[in-house]
Design a protein around this ligand. Structure first.
Ligand code: MLT
Ligand code: ZN
Length: 471
C-alpha cells in the first residue's frame, strides 16, 4: 500500500484501526465457505459515520476502491475483496451502537455493525421481536442483512429485510451522507432511497445505521417435522397447510442427503424414519398453537408421519437439524451454493429435473438440497467441483429460470452471479440499474465487480417491448 494512502486512512480512523499486516487482514479477505477470496491493501474499521465518509474520500483521492463488509457471512463473494486490484475492506465492526427501541412505532435504531443476535435481544428486552432470523445470527450484521435483502427462516410471515427496514443512514460514493432514520410510517417525499439501498450489496452506498421495524412477541410456539416421500409431496403439504394455519411462521424443506449429512455432523439420531424429504413447520402465537398445528396436520393426512415439539428443548432440537445444514455441508467440502426462487407451482418440476442437470454438469458430485419451502426458495448445494469450476452453477441457474424462477432469492448476486443476472432481469431493467449505478457511483469506487457488470453487453438503447401479461 502506498504510504500516502496509509497516512490518509490512518488520519481517517486512527492507526489501531488500519490493518495492513497480512495476518490481520486474512480473516477479512476470505469468505467462510472458502470459495471466495482476494487481496486487500488494508482493512479499516471506522467508528462512526464521519469516519466512513473520510475513508471514502481518502480512497477516492488515492485511486483505491471500497469493499464494505459486515459479519462476513455472505455466500456470494460480495463482502470480500477480489483477487488483485486496489481494494480497501471497510468493516462495520465498530459501528455497533444499539440505539433506542421506539415502542410506539415498534422500531429499533442501530449501527450497521450490530449483530442480528444483539438486535434480537434488544427487541425482546423491549417486549418486542425482530421478524428476521437466520442461523448466522451471532455474526451477521444488520447493515449486511439490509445490504443483501436477507430473508431467513421467517420471511414467510414477516417478509425479507426489504419489508422490515424502515429507514437507514448511508455514506454515498462522494462521501456525502443520506439519513432516513426518522421512522415515519408515511413519508413519500420523492424517491425511496432506503428501498434503493436495501439489496444493493454495497454498490450504491455504505450503510452505516438502520432503523428496523419490530413485531409483537409471540412466545407460544410449536414445531413439527414431517417425513415425506418426495419434494412434490412436501409442496402439496405446504399448500394445504398454509391457508389452514394463520400462525405458521416457518415452513422449511430438507432432502434426504442433507438430513443424513447434518445428523452425522451433529452426532445426533434422526427424529424421523428415513425419508426422501422432510418439512419443518413452526407456528407462533400469543396462545399455544399446538392444537391448531396438530389438527391441521391430521386434516392434511400427515399427522402420523410427524413428530411434534412444544417444549423449548424439543423445538430447538428440530430447528437445529434444519439450521445446521449450512455448517454440515461446509464441513464436507467447499460447496457451490445456488440460492434460487421457484414459483410454488413448478417447484416439484425443478426438483425433479435438478438431479439430471447436476449429474450432467458435475458428474460424481454430491447434491444437497434444502430451503425455505414456503417462499419457494431452494438452496441447491453441490459438493465436488473445484471452487473455480462453475459449469454446474450456470446450469442450475438456467434451470431455475426455465422453471419460471430467479437466479437469486436471498443471498444476492455478489461476484458469483454477475453473469447470471441477465437471466432474471430484462435488458430494460439492466439498463435502468446501470444508470442508477453510474449516477450514484460514477467512478466505480463502491464494491466494483459485485451485483452488476457495467459492461454486460446490454445496448444503451432499449426498444420498447410488450406490457404486463396478466392473462
Ligand atoms: C440457509 O437458509 O440455510 C442459509 O441461507 C444459508 C445457506 O444457504 O447455507
Ligand atoms: Zn436461506
Amino acid at each position: 500500500m502506498s504510504d500516502s494512502l496509509l497516512a490518509a486512512l490512518t488520519a481517517a480512523v486512527g492507526p489501531a484501526h488500519v490493518l495492513s499486516d497480512p495476518e490481520l487482514r486474512a480473516g477479512y479477505e476470505r469468505d467462510w465457505t472458502g470459495r471466495w477470496r482476494g487481496d486487500a491493501l488494508a482493512v479499516v474499521r471506522p467508528a462512526d459515520t464521519a469516519q466512513v465518509s473520510a475513508v471514502l474520500t481518502a480512497c477516492a483521492a488515492h485511486d483505491a476502491v471500497i469493499v464494505p463488509q459486515g459479519g462476513n457471512t455472505g455466500l456470494v463473494g460480495g463482502g470480500v475483496p477480489r483477487p488483485g486490484g486496489r481494494q480497501v475492506v471497510l468493516s462495520s465492526a465498530r459501528l455497533n451502537r444499539v440505539g433506542e427501541v421506539a415502542r410506539a412505532s415498534a422500531q429499533l435504531s442501530a449501527g450497521a455493525g450490530v449483530t442480528l443476535a444483539t438486535a434480537q435481544r434488544a427487541a425482546r428486552d423491549a417486549g418486542l421481536e425482530l421478524g428476521l432470523d437466520l442461523a448466522a445470527r451471532d455474526s451477521a450484521t444488520l447493515g449486511g442483512l439490509a445490504a443483501c435483502d436477507a430473508g431467513g427462516l421467517r420471511a414467510l410471515r414477516h417478509g425479507t429485510a426489504r419489508r422490515q427496514v424502515a429507514g437507514l443512514e448511508a455514506v454515498l460514493a462522494d462521501g456525502s451522507v443520506i439519513r432516513r432514520m426518522s421512522g415515519l410510517l408515511k413519508d413519500n417525499a420523492g424517491y425511496d432511497l432506503t428501498g434503493l439501498l436495501v439489496g444493493s450489496e454495497g454498490t450504491l452506498g455504505v450503510i452505516t445505521a438502520v432503523r428496523w421495524s419490530l413485531i409483537a412477541r409471540r412466545d407460544a410456539r410449536a414445531v413439527a417435522l414431517v417425513a415425506l416421500d418426495s419434494i412434490a409431496e412436501a409442496v402439496t403439504l405446504m399448500r394445504t397447510l398454509r391457508p389452514a394455519l394463520p400462525s405458521l411462521e416457518v415452513c422449511e424443506l430438507m432432502g434426504r442427503t442433507g438430513i443424513r449429512l447434518t445428523l452425522a455432523h451433529l452426532g445426533e439420531a434422526s427424529p424421523l424414519p428415513d425419508c426422501a424429504a422432510a418439512v419443518l413447520l413452526e407456528c407462533a402465537a400469543t396462545s399455544d398453537p399446538l392444537d391448531e398445528l396438530a389438527t391441521a396436520l391430521d386434516a392434511a393426512g400427515a399427522g402420523e408421519r410427524a413428530v411434534v415439539a412444544a417444549d423449548a428443548s424439543g423445538r430447538e432440537r428440530l430447528l437445529r437439524l434444519r439450521e445446521a445444514h449450512t455448517d454440515a455441508v461446509a464441513a464436507a467440502g467447499v460447496p457451490h451454493k445456488l440460492d434460487v426462487g421457484i414459483p410454488l407451482e413448478r417447484l416439484a418440476e425443478f426438483a425433479d429435473r435438478l438431479d439430471g442437470v447436476v449429474a450432467d454438469a458435475a458428474p460424481g458430485s454430491r447434491l444437497v438440497v434444502w430451503g425455505h419451502l414456503g417462499d419457494g426458495n431452494l438452496h441447491v448445494n453441490v459438493l465436488g467441483p473445484a471452487p473455480g469450476e462453475d459449469a454446474v452453477d450456470a446450469r442450475v441457474l438456467e434451470l431455475a429460470v426455465a422453471c419460471g424462477g430467479t437466479v437469486s432469492a436471498e443471498h444476492g448476486i455478489g461476484v458469483h452471479k454477475v453473469a447470471a443476472l441477465r437471466l432474471s432481469r430484462s435488458a430494460a431493467e439492466l439498463h435502468a440499474m446501470r444508470a442508477v449505478k453510474r449516477a450514484l457511483d460514477p467512478t466505480g469506487i463502491l464494491n466494483p465487480g459485485v451485483g452488476l457488470d457495467p459492461r454486460d453487453g446490454v445496448t444503451d438503447v432499449i426498444p420498447a417491448t410488450g406490457g404486463c401479461d396478466i392473462s
